[in-house]
Design a protein around this ligand. Structure first.
Ligand code: KPL
Length: 300
């Protein structure tokens, strides 16, 4: 019997997963508020597909066995979301963490009794209206355990996702993948959010030298943390993503515009921590962190 999927966090990624998985599997979406009964997915090719996806709130969840739980919540909300439902989950339930940044993955891997896998994706999606999700661009997903364990589970889940048109590969180096994504997010998101610009504007003055300064700070942190540079080097990776996502509003900018908390702690926090451990000077990254923390305290 194929496992059921509980998806906690009905934002863009949660809805995208739900709409795809529901074509072959039993899926439920859990959020703070129930969603409309029928969701609509707009594909990158412009095709509209509707599907009824049962949604529920944490207080309505009965005991959950024989299934996996995906957390597509924001990094800062994930631990609380697990705490709200943990007593109803079989302690061996596999958890799949889809968060940006790095931190909650290690914490929950330590605290949860069952297998904890991490996923990192380049699928592009955004929420449009109460019941719609727009799949803006196809991407690739990788999934794995931080210590390279539970390979069979990672492969089974990668197969499940690939079968529902979300290409996914099981990897043994998910920590490296998460830190590389962290580097990309740290170079793009804070500047885009602070200056309210689309990603592509980072290529122009006055932002370009700031991105370059951030990349120069990131490279030694990554080396000190044992994260190998990608094939084209850090500038190649980061400018490549800026190019591919030139027209995007970075997720942190979307959070600022919607007056939601940003993920600056999850994205910049681990870099500041690593720089301190390895005695590295990182004035540009510190500036981003403090500017975002300040703007956060004004929102609250
Ligand atoms: O992942 C992203 C985000 O917005 O969080 C990037 C790669 C920066 C694309 O916008």
């Amino acid at each position: 019997m194929s496992p059921s999927h509980l998806i906690v966090g009905p934002g863009a990624l949660g809805r995208l997963l739900a709409m795809h998985l529901a074509s072959h599997h039993s899926v439920r979406l859990l959020g703070r508020r129930p969603l409309p009964e029928t969701l609509t997915l707009v594909s990158p090719e412009g095709e509209r597909r509707q599907r009824a996806i049962p949604s529920l709130t944490a207080d309505r969840l009965e005991s959950w066995k024989l299934g996996v739980v995906h957390f597509t919540t924001k990094a800062y909300a994930t631990r609380g979301a697990l705490e709200a439902i943990a007593s109803r989950l079989d302690p061996q339930t596999p958890l799949i963490l889809w968060q940006n940044g790095y931190g909650v993955q290690e914490t929950l891997a330590r605290e949860w009794s069952g297998p904890v896998l991490c996923a990192s994706t380049t699928e592009g999606a955004y929420v449009s209206g109460k019941a719609d999700v727009v799949h803006a661009g196809h991407g690739q997903t990788v999934i794995g355990h931080l210590a390279g364990k539970h390979r069979a589970l990672a492969e089974a889940l990668a197969g499940t996702l690939s079968n529902v048109d979300l290409p996914c590969e099981a990897v043994n180096d998910i920590r490296v993948r998460l830190w590389r994504k962290l580097a990309v997010n740290a170079a793009i998101n804070p500047l885009a959010a602070r200056f309210r610009i689309r990603n592509g504007q980072l290529r122009d003055r006055p932002f370009r030298p700031r991105v370059e300064a951030i990349i120069a700070e990131l490279a030694p942190i990554m080396a000190a943390e044992g994260i190998p540079a990608p094939a084209g080097g850090w500038p190649g990776l980061i400018w490549g993503v800026v190019e591919q996502t030139a027209n995007n509003r970075a997720s942190m900018l979307q959070d600022v515009l919607a007056e939601r908390p940003t993920e600056h702690e999850a994205i910049l926090g681990p870099l500041l921590g690593a720089a301190e451990r390895h005695h590295l000077e990182i004035p540009m990254l510190e500036e981003q962190y403090h500017a975002l923390a300040k703007c956060q305290s004004q929102v609250q």
